[in-house]
Design a protein around this ligand. Structure first.
Ligand SMILES: Cc1ncc(COP(=O)(O)O)c(C=O)c1O
Length: 426
C-alpha cells in the first residue's frame, strides 16, 4: 500500500496517537493501570444523574427519540441549541452574538483541525503561514493537526518563581517587540485558557495584549476554552472571558462530563462560522446531535452554569488541592516545583536537574502501573529546539488528578517513590 503525503503524515506516530492508545489500553477491561495520563473528565454523579434523566425523557418521547437517532442536523449544528447558546453567552457576557456567530463541531478537537488549516498552511500566492502558540508548553492535541510540516511556531515562556516549590509561566511579550518579523508568517494565534498541560490561566492583561497583537497583525486570536468559562469553569483564579469579532472562542461539552458525545462549540465572526460549516459539511456531512440534544435544556435554562459553578468546579478544586498537598508532602526534600494550580485538571511537575529524563520516568512509571504523560510532548512549535539548550523540556511531567481519590493517592505515592529513586541516580 502506498500512502499519499497526507496518509504518511497522519499515520506516522503522533504524540496524540500514542497518548490515546495508552489511554485506550489503560481503560480497556482487565487493565488495572492507574490512569493519570489522559484528559478524561471525572464521572461526577450529580452531572451524570442529570444526563441520565434527560436521556430517559428523550427515550420516552417518540419525537425526541427520532431526532436523537434519525435526523441529520445542519452542518452548523442544531439551530435550537445554537440559539440557546447564543442567548446564554449574551446574557452572561453581553457579547451581542447572533446565531450566525456559533457553530457546533464533533468535539473541539475537530474545530482546531479545521480552524488551524483554514488559517495556516499553503496559500495561493505561494506563501506559507503558521499557527503561533505564544505560550509553550501547550496542548499536545494541536501538535499534529496541520496538513503541512512546520505548522506551528511557539515561544518559550518566562518563568515566575512564586516560592521555592511553585512557579507560573507567563507569555514573554519581549519576543514580540521586534517590528513584525514574527508575525509575517503567522496565520493565527492560539492559546488554551486554562492551559493543558500546566493548569495555567493567562491573566486578563496577557489576553488583552494578545488581542491587541492579533488585531495589529490582522490575524485571529483563537482561545481554547475547553476547561474555561462559562462551562465547565475549571478556573480557580479570577479570569475575565473575552470575545470580539477578531476572537475565535472554542468551547466544549467534554470536560463538563460529555466527552463521548463529541460536542465542540465555536464562537466567531460570521465569515468564520460559514467557513467552518462548509468544511464540516465536507468532512462530516452533519454535526452529531447527541451532545446538543442531551445538553440543550441545561443551556436553555442556564442550569449548565449553576452545575459548573456549584458542582463541577468545586469537585475539581478539591481534587486539585488534595493532590497538590499529597504530592508536596511525598516529594519533600527534592528540588521540584509545581506549576501554580489555576485551573484544568493537571499537576505540572518540574523536576529540576533530575538525572532521569521525563520520557524515561514515564516508561518506568508505566511499568509500575501508573500512566502519566512525559512533558516533552507538550512543546508543539518548539520540537526542534534542542533539549540541551532548554533542559526544561526534559524535566516536566503532566499528572492528571481527575480520577478516583484512592487511586490518585496510590498513583502519587508510586510517582513520588520513583522520583526519589531517580534523584539518587546522580
Ligand atoms: C486544551 C484542550 N483543548 C481541546 C481538547 C479537545 O477536547 P474535545 O475534542 O473533547 O472537545 C482537549 C482535550 O483534552 C484539551 O485538553
Amino acid at each position: 500500500m502506498k500512502l499519499s503525503n497526507f496518509g504518511e503524515k497522519f499515520t506516522s506516530q503522533a504524540g496524540i496517537t500514542s497518548l490515546m492508545d495508552d489511554l485506550g489500553n489503560a481503560l480497556s477491561s482487565g487493565s488495572d493501570m492507574i490512569m493519570m495520563g489522559g484528559g478524561n473528565p471525572a464521572h461526577i454523579p450529580e452531572v451524570q444523574a442529570v444526563f441520565k434523566k434527560r436521556l430517559s425523557d428523550i427515550l420516552a418521547s417518540k419525537q425526541d427519540f427520532q431526532r436523537l437517532i434519525g435526523i441529520y442536523d445542519p452542518p452548523q449544528g442544531s439551530i435550537e441549541f445554537v440559539k440557546s447558546m447564543c442567548q446564554l453567552l449574551n446574557d452572561q457576557y453581553g457579547w451581542g452574538l447572533g446565531p450566525e456567530n456559533i457553530a457546533l463541531t464533533n468535539g473541539s478537537q475537530a474545530a482546531f483541525f479545521m480552524l488551524f488549516n483554514l488559517f495556516a498552511g499553503d496559500f495561493s500566492d505561494g506563501s506559507q503561514k503558521q499557527i503561533q502558540l505564544p505560550l509553550a508548553p501547550e496542548y499536545i492535541g494541536y501538535s499534529d493537526a496541520g496538513l503541512v510540516d512546520k505548522f506551528f511556531k511557539a515561544n518559550r515562556p518566562t518563568i515566575d518563581h512564586l516560592d521555592s516549590h511553585t512557579f507560573k509561566y507567563h507569555i514573554d511579550f519581549e519576543q514580540y517587540k521586534a517590528p513584525s518579523s514574527v508575525f509575517s508568517t503567522t496565520g493565527a494565534i492560539c492559546v488554551s485558557r486554562p492551559t493543558n498541560p500546566t493548569g495555567n490561566v493567562l491573566t486578563d492583561d496577557e489576553v488583552s495584549r494578545l488581542d491587541a497583537l492579533a488585531k495589529r497583525h490582522d490575524v485571529p486570536l483563537i482561545i481554547d476554552g475547553a476547561y474555561g468559562t462559562p462551562f465547565p469553569n475549571l478556573i480557580f483564579t479570577q479570569a475575565q472571558p473575552v470575545w470580539n469579532e477578531n476572537t475565535i472562542l472554542c468551547l466544549s461539552l467534554s470536560k463538563f462530563g460529555l466527552p463521548a458525545a463529541r460536542t465542540g462549540i465555536v464562537v466567531a465572526e460570521e465569515k468564520v462560522i460559514k467557513a467552518l460549516s462548509g468544511v464540516n459539511a465536507i468532512m462530516n456531512l452533519a454535526t452529531g446531535s447527541f451532545g446538543s440534544m442531551l445538553a440543550h435544556d441545561l443551556v436553555k435554562t442556564k442550569e449548565i452554569i449553576r452545575l459548573s459553578n456549584d458542582v463541577v468546579r468545586p469537585y475539581y478544586l478539591e481534587k486539585a488541592q488534595k493532590a497538590e498537598c499529597l504530592l508536596k508532602t511525598k516529594l519533600e526534600g527534592l528540588p521540584y516545583a509545581l506549576h501554580k494550580i489555576e485551573g484544568a485538571m493537571f499537576l505540572w511537575l518540574w523536576l529540576k536537574d533530575c538525572p532521569v529524563s521525563n520520557q524515561e520516568l514515564y516508561e518506568r512509571l508505566k511499568a509500575k502501573g501508573v500512566l502519566v504523560v512525559s512533558g516533552h510532548h507538550f512543546f508543539p512549535g518548539l520540537d526542534s529546539v534542542d533539549d540541551a539548550t532548554w533542559q526544561h523540556k526534559k524535566e516536566c511531567l503532566r499528572i492528571t488528578y481527575s480520577q478516583d481519590e484512592a487511586l490518585v493517592e496510590k498513583g502519587l505515592s508510586i510517582i513520588a517513590q520513583e522520583i526519589h529513586q531517580a534523584y539518587q541516580e546522580k
